[in-house]
Structure formats: structure tokens, C-alpha cells
Design a protein. Structure first.
Length: 118
């Protein structure tokens, strides 16, 4: 059928253009949707598990310098709000999702007393 698009099982289809109900685009997961050519644009956002490697230099309260390396596994949530937020931030370049720096991380409050910026 002309204009009918279906996302892969691990993708969200983001439809922009035309009228929207409070969000910048319509989110479709798990089924297809008819997209009017030339009026609406379709982009796909991966919902698969991604990994990012983080390396950080920390200083403990005892003054011991540590080089901490970790691998973070993450994915975009399946709810529409999470998909819209990820789409607005990463849709133009999805390879940025695996580049993480310390300002992107939310440290648990219990670890704040262990970590001191150098």
C-alpha cells in the first residue's frame, strides 16, 4: 500500500508534519501507520539496548585518586514521553547516544560523598 510504513520490532517510528496533539511528532511502535507522502516525514529511532564506556578520574575522601572505567547499558523507554525526549535529542545523529560524559550521568546521592571533581 502506498504510504504505509511499519517500524522494526526494536524501532519507534516518528511522524512529523501536519497537526499534532501537543508533541512535536506522532510516535508509532508495534504497528504500522499510513503516512501521507510530501506532507509528513518519517524517521526511525532505535529502541535497542545500547552501551557506552565511561572513564572518570575521581578522588576519595581520603585523597586517593582513582581512575574508574565502566560500561553503561541503556535503552530508550517504551513510553511515548521517553521516545519523544530521545527523538528531540538524538534523532539527527543516533551515534551520539553511545557518547556519554559525566554531565549526562545522574549519580546516585549515596555516591556524591565519594566523588570529588578534580
Amino acid at each position: 500500500m502506498f504510504g504505509y510504513r511499519v517500524p522494526a520490532p526494536d524501532q519507534a517510528m516518528l511522524i512529523s508534519g501536519g497537526k499534532s496533539s501537543g508533541t512535536p511528532f506522532r510516535v508509532v511502535t508495534g504497528h504500522g501507520a499510513y503516512v501521507m507522502p510530501f506532507i509528513r516525514k518519517v524517521r526511525f529511532l532505535t529502541l535497542a539496548m545500547c552501551e557506552a564506556e565511561v572513564e572518570e578520574t575521581c578522588v576519595t575522601q581520603q585523597g586517593i585518586s582513582l581512575n574508574v572505567r565502566a560500561v553503561i547499558a541503556f535503552k530508550v523507554g517504551n513510553d511515548a514521553e521517553s521516545i519523544v525526549n530521545a527523538g528531540q535529542r538524538f534523532l539527527s545523529d543516533q551515534s551520539q547516544m553511545s557518547r556519554v560524559n559525566r554531565t549526562d550521568l545522574r549519580w546516585p546521592p549515596a555516591l556524591d560523598h565519594w566523588i570529588d571533581d578534580r
